[in-house]
Design a protein around this ligand. Sequence first.
Ligand code: SAM
Length: 248
Amino acid sequence: MERISSSLLSEFRRFDWFYIDNKANNDILRLSPREARHARVLRKKKGDKIVITDGVGNLCLAKVLRCDRDEILLTPDRWQHFEDEYERTIDLYVVPLKGNKNRFIVQKATELGMNSIIFFHSRRSVVKVKDPLKRLQSFKWIAIDAMKQSKYPYVPKIKLYDRIEDVIMNIPEDGGQKFLFWEGETRVFKGIVRDKSHVSAVVGGEGGFESSEVNRFVKAGFTTVSLGARILRAETAVITAMILLRYG
Ligand code: SAM
């Protein structure tokens, strides 16, 4: 597939973006009911041009062929691939938080270019996710909306594990340097990322981690790191960690 440059991506940004999950091809495409609703809200009509992306770097300009109550059909131009500008893959492991904070984390993680967001329960988890499939589906759409808003064709993978052991068992071999943000540590995080290609990082929830959990991560190769002498609220710690991981 033809690769596109940053300047062509800027061209694509003049249009509204939509998500499509069927693989890039050159047939007539149908928007999903959710995306079609969005297109109707934006008053798209026959002949309008929009950008469609599959969230894994592929995107194409498409023309609205038909737009009615039941469906929106598109004729795509050629699919092109945009190589992610970030060299470093970042996998973020977080404990689910109370209320709407998880939605906020998924949205910000997408904007800050996390490659995956893995939620997991710890012993002091305040929130237990009850209906994982439904919750993952809703997180997926929050990430897709954030991707469309950012006009950047990558959406993070989102997973949910029940226990720390599941996290440790599933850390990829090439998961790179591994960090656990922990308020009990004095070693500052700033400047210690050596791995340019891949980093995995853990942030706890409102209740923090028990020392046995911290030890379990350390035994699995994680380095405990500090975000300063103040104990940050979990959501502040997640945002700060993401920014340092991405731009530090
Ligand atoms: N339960 C802990 C307490 O009350 O002492 C606080 C947990 S804190 C609200 C939530 C998470 O944010 C922690 O598990 C940790 O991952 C992260 N965190 C907060 N402050 C931090 C700091 N100064 N350095 C590193 N991580 C921090």
